[in-house]
Design a protein around this ligand. Structure first.
Ligand code: SF4
Ligand code: SF4
Length: 147
C-alpha cells in the first residue's frame, strides 16, 4: 500500500501544498481549509508539512462513535463522511499527530490522499541541491513523496 511520506527538512515553506489541497478539496485557495499544514520551527528555522500518517491502527477511527470515519481498503486511508459527523471532535483529540483540522464551518479536515493521487505531492517544490539547513540534499529532493 502506497503512503504519503514527509521528509521534513526538505520543506522550503512555499506552502503550495496547502493551496493545492484546499483548491482540490474545497474549490478555493484557502490554507485554512487545507488537510495539510506547514509548520515553522523558529528554533531550527525549518518548515515541516504536517498531515495524516495513514496509521495502521488509526486512533481517529477508534474514537469516532458516529461512524463518520471509515477505512478504505483500496487506498489504505481513513475516509470521512461529513453528513454522518456529529462534530464532537473526538477524532481531533485522538490523533497523535494533530493531523486533523477543523474548518470554520465545523466539519473536519482530514487527508484522504485525494483518492490515491495526492495533489500536494505533485505541487511540492524540490529543494535546490545541497541547500537544506539540516541535511545534505544531493538529489534535489522534495519534502512530499508518495510511494
Ligand atoms: S488522522 Fe491521525 S490517527 Fe487518523 S490515521 Fe491519520 S495520523 Fe492516524
Ligand atoms: S468530529 Fe465527526 S468524525 Fe470526528 S469523532 Fe466526532 S463524529 Fe467522528
Amino acid at each position: 500500500m502506497k503512503k504519503l511520506n514527509v521528509k521534513e527538512n526538505l520543506c522550503i515553506g512555499c506552502r503550495q501544498c496547502e493551496l493545492a489541497c484546499s483548491l482540490y478539496n474545497e474549490g478555493q485557495f484557502n490554507p485554512s481549509l487545507a488537510r495539510i499544514r506547514v509548520i515553522y520551527d523558529q528554533k531550527t528555522n525549518t518548515y515541516s508539512p504536517n498531515t495524516c500518517r495513514n496509521c495502521s491502527r488509526p486512533k481517529c477511527l477508534e474514537a469516532c462513535a458516529a461512524g463518520a470515519l471509515a477505512f478504505n481498503r483500496e487506498t489504505g486511508v481513513v475516509v470521512y463522511d461529513r453528513d454522518k459527523c456529529a462534530r464532537c471532535y473526538e477524532c481531533v483529540k485522538a490523533c497523535p499527530f494533530k493531523a486533523i483540522y477543523i474548518a470554520e464551518k465545523g466539519y473536519i479536515l482530514k487527508c484522504d490522499l485525494c483518492g490515491g493521487n495526492p495533489v500536494c505531492v505533485r505541487l511540492c517544490s524540490p529543494r535546490p541541491e545541497k541547500s537544506s539547513p539540516l541535511m545534505n540534499n544531493q538529489e534535489g529532493e522534495q519534502a512530499l513523496n508518495y510511494y
